[in-house]
Write a protein that binds this ligand. Structure first.
Ligand code: FAD
Ligand code: NAI
Length: 476
């Protein structure tokens, strides 16, 4: 075998949740590691313009909403809230600053070198980062994703009239009328923020229901809840163009199936129709790596691309490869790829990746939807059993004035093995972790039903939904 000497054992391209975690894990495993990042701060989309700042705005606006919509008054706390949007933004920026600097600290602690700049492949072991040439035995592509543009709609975040998620996090004032294009996760989370702060919000969705990919019951019920909160929906509708004049936008839209066009005015339009993998400028041609039809880098089960030789190779993880575009999925792949590079066995169970929408209440799920479970059983509904428990009948949710939602446990009828769990509840995102552990251990619904859950907690609804699979919940 030819002897080669490289600057690093591992070079990771991109310092998002996939890349920074891969770099830290590789260093922990004793590999000399560098990470290239073009952004001015570490943490990728998630920490800079995604998960973290959106949750900062969601959390703060929840307080404002609870104070202004009567929730606090119902509990004997009479307040008249006054919005200080600058301060709300300041605490968002503070959260991002603290966490991105935290990654810088972790890099130093673990001796990961940060190569500042955008990386481009020269060959399978050589990358140019700015003016520097860096060589490595193994290289991990973790370049993430960016906003999918909508033809005919030009985003200008600085102007703040037609924005993407980054612009929608930073609006300098509450729009009077906001139109959200796309009833997916970003549209509902950021639409909720501005609705709570006083905007009239309309969501235009191409499909006949919001939140594609989630369980059918969950999609329907969550839309009802959002409607009650004041978000208007136009389903089965497509936006064909947006014209901006001064500070106003005029949207043109028509039925998805075709038909007469209509127009609507807005002070702010949020384009949130999905995200696409980042591969432009990466120099994939130089290593003979093509992207697939969805723009993703293809890998095998171990995150290895087809570019490999006896000295090492090129790997890829996170939003730039197949699977849900989620931070925790990218992180787990980051750990697994580092372990695989180090010669260990890194595994991610892609069947058990939770999905959470951080609205009020939260929406969460893991595993198969009811529709997917039935399909898996060859269309035979009798081969699955479903237990459902309303949050209204959960003592803690009721006491906390959080009666909306339900938990749904889907199990295979014959084996009772849990196939999927879905929930709408104030703390559904936290509750779903129990379902993930259960499914990871191959639990049956009976296992969950006979596990002692603390009282009074929202988590008891999970136990009762599992009891419902066998038809015997206590509190309904
Ligand atoms: P990214 O986080 O996108 O990081 C990739 C990094 O690579 C970027 O910093 C980029 O600058 C850098 N890069 C790209 N090309 C190069 C190059 N050639 N050279 C050097 N550096 C390069 N997910 C959740 O799980 N929970 C949430 O609550 C959540 N909220 C979100 C809210 C919003 C508004 C958005 C937009 C996304 C949200 N996501 C959430 C999705 C989540 O942010 C992504 O799934 C996650 O960041 C993907 O991680 P990644 O490491 O693959 O890529
Ligand atoms: P999305 O894929 O979740 O939703 C996009 C929606 O837009 C879909 O419902 C789709 O049918 C609709 N759509 C597509 N084209 C349209 C058109 N022309 N007109 C009207 N509707 C159209 O994408 P989104 O919301 O942009 O988020 C991108 C990704 O970011 C998500 O898939 C998710 O992976 C990640 N994310 C995760 C979060 C979380 O975990 N809480 C929060 C925010 C983002």
């Amino acid at each position: 075998m030819a002897e080669h000497s490289y600057d690093y054992d591992v070079l990771v391209i991109g310092a998002g949740p996939g890349g920074y975690v891969a770099a830290i894990r590789a260093a922990q495993l004793g590999l000399k590691t560098a990470c290239a990042e073009g952004r001015a701060t570490l943490g990728g989309t998630c920490l800079n313009v995604g998960c973290i700042p959106s949750k900062a705005m969601l959390h703060a606006s929840e307080y404002f909403d609870a104070a202004s919509n009567g929730t606090m008054a119902d509990m004997g706390v009479d307040v008249t809230p006054k919005l200080n949007l600058d301060k709300m933004h300041a605490q968002r920026i503070d959260a991002v600053d603290g966490l991105t600097k935290g990654i810088e600290f972790l890099f130093k602690k673990n001796k990961v070198d940060w190569k500042k700049g955008y990386a481009s492949f020269q060959d399978a072991h050589t990358v140019k980062v700015g003016d520097e040439t860096v060589t490595a035995k193994d290289i991990v592509i973790a370049t993430g994703s960016s906003v999918t543009p909508l033809p005919g709609v030009e985003v200008d975040n600085a102007k703040g009239v037609v924005v993407d998620s980054t612009g929608a996090l930073e609006l300098a004032k509450v729009p009077k009328k906001m139109v959200v294009i796309g009833g997916g996760v970003i549209g509902l989370e950021l639409g909720s923020v501005w609705r709570r702060l006083g905007a009239e919000v309309t969501c235009i969705e191409f499909l006949d229901e919001i939140l594609p990919g989630m369980d059918g019951d969950i999609r329907k019920e969550s839309r009802k809840i959002f409607k009650k909160q004041g978000i208007e929906f136009k389903l089965s509708t497509k936006v064909t163009g947006v014209v901006v004049k001064g500070k106003k936008a005029t949207l043109t839209f028509e039925p998805a199936a075709g038909g007469d066009a209509e127009t609507m005015e807005a002070d702010c339009v949020l384009v949130s129709i999905g995200r696409k993998p980042n591969t432009d400028g990466l120099g994939l041609d130089a290593i003979g790596l093509e992207i697939n039809q969805r723009g993703q880098v293809e890998t095998d089960h171990d995150f290895r691309t087809k570019v490999a030789d006896e000295n090492g190779g090129v790997w890829a993880i996170g939003d730039v490869v197949r699977g849900p575009m989620l931070a925790h999925k990218a992180e787990d792949e980051g750990i697994a790829v580092a372990e695989n590079i180090a010669g260990e066995t890194g595994i991610v169970n892609h069947d058990v990746i939770p999905n959470v929408v951080y609205t009020w209440p939260e929406i969460a799920g893991v595993g198969l939807t009811t529709e997917q479970a039935i399909e898996k059983m060859g269309g035979d509904k009798s081969k699955i059993k479903v237990g459902k428990f309303p949050m209204m009948a959960n003592s803690r949710a009721k006491t906390n004035h959080e009666p909306e939602g339900f938990v749904k446990v889907i199990a295979e009828a014959e084996s009772d093995r849990v196939l999927g769990v879905w929930a709408i509840a104030s703390v559904a995102g936290t509750m779903i972790a129990e379902a993930c552990v259960a499914m990871e251990f191959g639990a049956t619904s009976e296992d969950i039903a006979y596990t002692c859950h603390a009282h009074p907690t929202h988590a008891e609804a999970m136990k009762e939904a599992a009891m419902g699979v066998q038809g015997k919940p206590i509190h309904i």
